[in-house]
Design a protein around this ligand. Sequence first.
Ligand code: GDP
Length: 511
Amino acid sequence: NYTSVSNLSNLLNVRIEKLVRDLTRLGFSDVSHNYILSREYIELILQEYNYEIDDRVSTLTWENVYAELKSAVNPKNLERRPPIVTIMGHVDHGKTTILDYLRKTAVVAQESGGITQHIGAFQIETPVSGRKITFLDTPGHSAFLKMRQRGATITDIVVLVVSAEDSLMPQTLEAIKHVRASGNELIIAITKIDKISKRERDKAIDRVNNDLLSHDISIEKVGGDVQVIPISARTGENMDLLEESIVVLSDLMDLKAENATNTVAEGFILESEVKKTVGNTATVLITKGTLQKGKVFVCGNTYCKVRSLCDEGGRAKLKALPAEPVEVLGWKELPQTGDEVIQVKSEALAKKYVAKRQALVQSEKHAGDVKKINEQRCSEALLKQRQDGGEDGDESSISEDDVKAMGPKKINFIVKGDVSGSVEAIVESILPIGNDEVVCNVVAASVGSPNENDLKMAKITNSTLLCFNLHDISNDIINNKENVEVKRHNVIYKLIEDVTEILTENLKPIY
Ligand code: GDP
């Protein structure tokens, strides 16, 4: 609910000079690019000047901080990329056997002397058309599920295996539900056809087809678009057909990604583990740009300056293109499965983002603590009220609804810091602190030591002056006669703790 002047000018597509002029006309003084505006002010400005508002105005959240790192897609630079495929189906219907077959026969694997390590995914080159396909090698992969919870999807295509012996089973139906929810494209592989005599085969395949139809899967046989391929992963029969079906479908899907080295690279973590010999490792699947040695990536609470990368054959690589899974070394801390990775320009910038993220996480934790204390106090207050004779219908007693109707109490702060980055980080970190009884309100935030104007404003608005990393605050300000409290900090966590403390002090039980 807060944003800076420069951010607002971007969002509104209004020149910053004009916005500053308009703000000055509305009575704001000393407006700079970094000036932080509250929602109320933003709405006032929007009304006054008929600016178009949209939901993006609430920009000081972590998702948006992350989003600002990403670059827009340039359609001119899009190149074809390999499809990413997951194999799903009922237990024992043949998922693992298909993956084993693919690994063994993959041209890529043969060249590199076979797949030697499990990194969560592998890439093959199809024997017929020589095209690449990436397979996630754990059915129901946790990164896959975690990303789905966030509404993102790793895979393009799901190959659903159905045993010719059993046809559809409970987990097959689960997988169908999943495919529908995720919007993935579907290919059906009827497996284990070698186990059925030639005479019985058509009958078995028809049975599966009919079962699929009865679950509204529009298979090719009846003019639909879902391909059904009968295969044997044991003998390899029709496995080439399955691979080419994936290629054909991926062409229809027109899967593309930018892969230029100067594109800001993005991707996600498939797997991560601490290895005894090399330390933190993670399998990264890039969705955009290229992954190269020396590039720096942020990811959740950690970052990586890529020290080395290798494929599933354990071969060192110079770079990885979109959909090419590689194991990456160079992580500060172990990243989490399913987390996004985004390239940043430098290690210094990565550190800044990680610090910002940690401050946000910390402030959320503090907000949770305050909430807990408050809930306890609230229930104590209610209990006391009942014990004091609430039962005989004392109308003057305060109900829970009354408390809510009063709205949260605003505790005002004016933030001053050494650089705009820290001011922004502090505002972002302290705003979430609070609950439905007491909330944090930033009246103003700017760079530089507090001056007489700041002091005046703090007095008028009854704010605490929060100073971060400022070493030249004048004694007149520190020992001011206006009774304005000045808090000085050099460590962001300490500052957050202090703010939490001030808010907690304001949680007076209501009787
Ligand atoms: P998953 O649980 O879906 O991964 O199933 P598996 O791949 O482990 O297969 C279960 C059993 O079926 C194993 O004993 C496999 O050898 C066997 N199997 C899988 N696919 C085939 C096939 O195409 N033909 C034959 N004859 N057996 C198969």
